[in-house]
Design a protein around this ligand. Structure first.
Ligand SMILES: Nc1nc2c(ncn2[C@@H]2O[C@H](COP(=O)(O)OP(=O)(O)OP(=O)(O)O)[C@@H](O)[C@H]2O)c(=O)[nH]1
Ligand SMILES: [Mg+2]
Length: 340
């Protein structure tokens, strides 16, 4: 699968972190019980269990004990899964397997399965409704990737035959408007703008009028990330919601919170904060390329259960992909694609 290799290649740093961590844990068998080569009879069985032909050179193995589980737990915490999630994942891996001699590959398979199980319920694309225009409000802290994500999403919806209007609701910075206009051109989508410093809510209202008049399928509203304080941001978002509800009491139909994967555990605080400010309906995680912190997605899924609609894996227009739980889990632990 082409996307998997891209994700794998771009998640290299996370995967090498967890993958190497697991390799290290198995290799670091305590001196009293050195990692040994499995007896040939058992090897055949384990090989069959994991669907592989027995090979001449066997991987080192280590017996699962409390010490090893503790190392596993620590490693997962380091990899941003968070303490609660790391504890639970480790306990699930341990269940019924204490004393069993496992290889790093087996451990990776077990971990990938646990992570995929946590992630599967949240891997859901942005739901599309028959409602026209479907209003998508995009929120997130300064620099998270809101504007870029809107550009990428607009391009994908256009490619899928949907008509899209973008509202440049970040009226604080002139550069923000220009940036969105560039994305609008790339995606072939009209961008509604307002003079710098003007009221984003009135722009949002105008954009609703325009999107309705155009019969647009989707209206995506960008918002400012940098405001003086939380109160400002809350008031601004509330006002935007209030005015668009004058046109459609059910809008916004989606409130996307854009999170930057490189912020690691801080993403959890951002979700807490934005859930108080807005009715967050789903997440987009950006910058999963080139970060060692992809593990935070597992913590987010486990803690909040909010749908992850898409992930950003680069700065280009096509660097946004649907979130696939299995692909992500395997890439994160440094395994090859099962279907390759
Ligand atoms: N590598 C990488 N960079 C990204 C990704 N998404 C966004 N960026 C970059 O992150 C930076 C900030 O992105 P913006 O889209 O401007 O973020 P924003 O949330 O709109 O920021 P403000 O408007 O300042 O609040 C830009 O340089 C983007 O190119 C991604 O998935 N991967
Ligand atoms: Mg922006």
């Amino acid at each position: 699968m082409a996307f998997f290799s891209k994700l794998r290649e771009r998640l290299t740093r996370s995967s090498s972190k967890i993958g190497e961590g697991l390799d290290g844990i198995v290799a670091e068998a305590p001196a009293a019980a050195p990692a040994a080569v499995e007896a040939p009879a058992a090897t055949g069985l384990v090989g069959r269990l994991f669907g592989r032909a027995p090979s001449a050179v066997e991987e080192p193995r280590r017996a699962l004990d409390d010490e090893m589980l503790e190392e596993l737990e620590d490693m997962l915490v380091q990899a941003d899964l968070g303490v609660d999630t790391a504890l639970r994942v480790t306990a699930n891996i341990a269940e019924g397997r204490m004393g069993r001699r496992v290889s790093a590959t087996e451990l990776k398979e077990l971990l990938a399965a646990e992570i995929a199980r946590i992630m599967a319920p949240v891997a859901r694309p942005l739901p599309l409704y028959p409602r026209k225009p479907q209003v998508v409000l995009v929120v997130g802290v300064n620099g998270a990737g809101k504007t870029t994500t809107i550009g990428k999403l607009a391009s994908q919806f256009r490619a899928a035959g949907k008509s899209v209007v973008i509202a440049a609701g970040d009226t604080f910075r002139a550069a923000a408007v220009e940036q969105l206009q560039v994305w609008g051109q790339r995606a072939g989508v009209p961008v509604m703008v307002a003079p710098q410093g003007s009221d984003p809510a009135s722009l949002a209202y105008d954009a609703m009028v325009r999107a309705e008049a155009d019969g647009a399928d989707l209206l995506m509203i960008d918002t400012a990330g940098r405001l003086q304080n939380r109160q400002d941001l809350m008031e601004e978002l509330a006002k935007i919601v209030r005015v668009i509800r004058k046109k459609d009491p059910e809008a916004p139909h989606n409130t996307l919170l854009v999170l930057d994967a490189t912020t690691g555990q801080n993403a959890l605080n951002q979700v807490e904060t934005f859930r108080k400010l807005a009715d967050v309906s789903g997440l987009v995680m950006t910058k999963l390329d080139g970060t060692a912190r992809g593990g935070v997605l597992v913590a987010l899924a486990d803690r909040f259960g909010l749908p992850i609609h898409a992930i950003g894996v680069g700065e280009q227009i096509d660097d946004l992909d649907a979130f696939d739980a299995g692909d992500f889990a395997r890439a994160l632990v440094g395994l090859e694609d099962a279907r390759a």
